[in-house]
Every structure is written in structure tokens, then in C-alpha cells.
Design a protein around this ligand. Structure first.
Ligand code: AMP
Length: 273
């Protein structure tokens, strides 16, 4: 993978990397298409990274659909797909990790305390294995994008981090590999995340600028534990769009972020304000 990437660099060709955990959907393919537009060649990595899953999370049941993924990527005519084994990435004795930046400490960092350490470590390793010119990430995982952008800057990776918009189904549900876990009734309740965010956007449009009021609106819409609502909310909050720090008023770009549970499935969604 390193030699292949270096050959492109020697030939002065730009290369885009799209890191994924597989179970590909249109959201992933939108990153691939952005890379194909921006760069001379695209490489997609597929690796269900064990170090970003916590104890008791869904590592074992995470969907793995490699044959179908390869067919989708063949249709996009990507130049290469990198599918390493866990033992290649984390050989016996592996013990070096990348300490995530401060922007990783809130939100996901509170609810999944070892998650971003796994993300920064695998993404740094991918950037070193495949020293590409560009790397593409979805705003679906908004905090992850900020963590990687900051890591790339802090550690001087000479890789341009490109963010892509969230791809949704027609009814607004943000595409996610984990949507495969949802049955029909659960999927209907999963729509509440996007509906809560729609209400926030509408309220901001009417002049609402108090994060606390917007957070109340989201909590009312998500209605956790009511049966008709989601089962639990990890957070539903409005914070600064760059630092993810709490704000008193919306005066600069802000972002509304939700992490909520429907049955045993943890769902994320967000909207820039
Ligand atoms: P994952 O396979 O879940 O690790 O995601 C790989 C990349 O695809 C990440 O950069 C995600 O943010 C991005 N992604 C996942 N779902 C979507 C979506 N619905 N829209 C845009 N990007 C997405």
C-alpha cells in the first residue's frame, strides 16, 4: 500500500483516501465520488477498527459485507481498496497510541472514553501507510471530523482533510451502517433525530438564539423513554461549531449534535446552524 501510494506521488498524481469500516452505503459513496472529482486516484480503506470500540460495544456484530462493498467500489472505479487484517494493523506487542486533541474530550469523548484514541491511532496509521494528498471524511461524524482535522494540523500531516455533507434517505434519516440493526418500528423512531434537528433549524430561523431553549426543544422531540420516543439520549446539545465548547448564545457558527439510542442501536446526527 505504501509503495503503491509513493509511486503515485513520484508521478505527481494526487491521491484521495476514504477511510471506512465497510458495510458501504450512499454516504460512503458520496465521499468516494468527492475524492474521484478532486483527485487523480482514489483509495478506499475498509477496516473495522477494534481499538475504537469500547468494552460491550458492537464490534462483534458490526456488519461486514466485503463482497458487496468491493462490487460497489468497482462500479465507482476506485484505483485501490485497502483491506488489512487486524493482525497486520495491530501485531502482537502493539502498544503505541495517538493521544487525541482536546476537541475529543466532550460529547462522544464523555460517552465513549476510549473511542477517539482508537480513531486517531488508526487514522494516523492509515496516513503513514498511505501517504496520500487528500483524505475525505463525512460531517455525519462531526466531532470525528474535527478531531482528525486537529490531529492532522497538530502532527503536521501534509494531507488535506476534506469534509463532505451528510447523505440522508428521502425521509431524512442519516445513512449509517448501523441503520441495518433497526427494525421497522425502531427505524420510525430513529427519524426523531432528524426531526429534532429540523425543529432547531426552524427555531433559529425564527430568531431563537439560546442554546438552552434549543436543547429543550430537542429533548421534547426525542421524548426519551416514552415508548413513542427514542429509548435514551446521550446528548442533544448546541455548541460552538469549531471548538465544540458550550456557548451562551448563537453568535458564530454553531452545531446541534444528537447521540441517542433506539433499541440497542446508538445513532448520531447533527446540523450546522
Ligand atoms: P464509517 O464506515 O462509519 O467509519 O464511516 C466512514 C466515513 O463515512 C466517515 O468519514 C463517516 O463520517 C462517513 N459517513 C458515514 N455515514 C455518512 C453519511 N450518511 N453521509 C456522509 N458521510 C457519511
Amino acid at each position: 500500500m505504501h509503495a503503491w501510494t509513493m509511486q503515485h506521488r513520484v508521478d505527481q498524481r494526487s491521491i484521495g483516501l476514504v477511510p471506512t469500516m465497510g458495510a458501504l452505503h450512499e454516504g460512503h459513496l458520496s465521499l468516494v465520488q468527492a475524492s474521484q472529482r478532486h483527485c487523480d486516484a482514489t483509495v478506499v480503506s475498509i477496516f473495522v477498527n477494534p481499538t475504537q470500540f469500547g468494552q460491550g460495544e458492537d464490534l462483534d456484530r458490526y456488519p461486514r459485507t466485503l463482497q458487496q462493498d468491493l462490487e460497489l467500489l468497482a462500479a465507482e472505479q476506485v484505483a485501490a481498496v485497502f483491506v488489512p487484517d487486524s493482525e497486520e494493523i495491530y501485531p502482537a506487542g502493539f502498544s503505541t497510541f495517538v493521544q487525541p486533541p482536546a476537541v475529543a474530550n466532550s460529547l462522544e469523548g464523555v460517552h465513549r472514553p476510549t473511542h477517539f484514541r482508537g480513531v486517531t491511532t488508526i487514522v494516523a496509521k492509515l496516513f503513514l501507510i498511505a501517504p496520500v494528498t487528500h483524505a475525505f471524511f463525512g460531517r455525519k461524524d462531526y466531532q470525528q471530523w474535527k478531531v482528525i482535522e486537529t490531529m492532522a494540523r497538530d502532527l503536521n500531516f501534509a494531507i488535506e482533510i476534506v469534509a463532505c455533507d451528510i447523505v440522508r434517505q428521502a425521509d431524512g434519516l442519516a445513512l449509517s451502517s448501523r441503520n441495518r440493526y433497526l427494525g421497522t418500528a425502531a427505524r420510525r423512531r430513529a427519524l426523531l433525530l432528524n426531526q429534532a434537528l429540523d425543529r432547531v433549524v426552524a427555531a433559529v430561523g425564527r430568531g431563537e438564539s439560546q442554546p438552552r431553549d434549543l436543547e429543550r426543544l430537542m429533548a421534547e422531540t426525542l421524548c426519551p423513554g416514552s415508548g413513542a420516543g427514542v429509548d435514551a439520549v446521550d446528548y442533544a446539545t448546541v455548541v460552538d461549531a469549531e471548538t465544540l465548547a458550550p456557548i451562551e448564545r448563537i453568535e458564530r457558527p454553531a452545531v446541534a449534535l444528537i447521540a441517542a439510542w433506539v433499541d440497542q442501536t446508538r445513532l448520531l446526527d447533527n446540523r450546522l446552524l
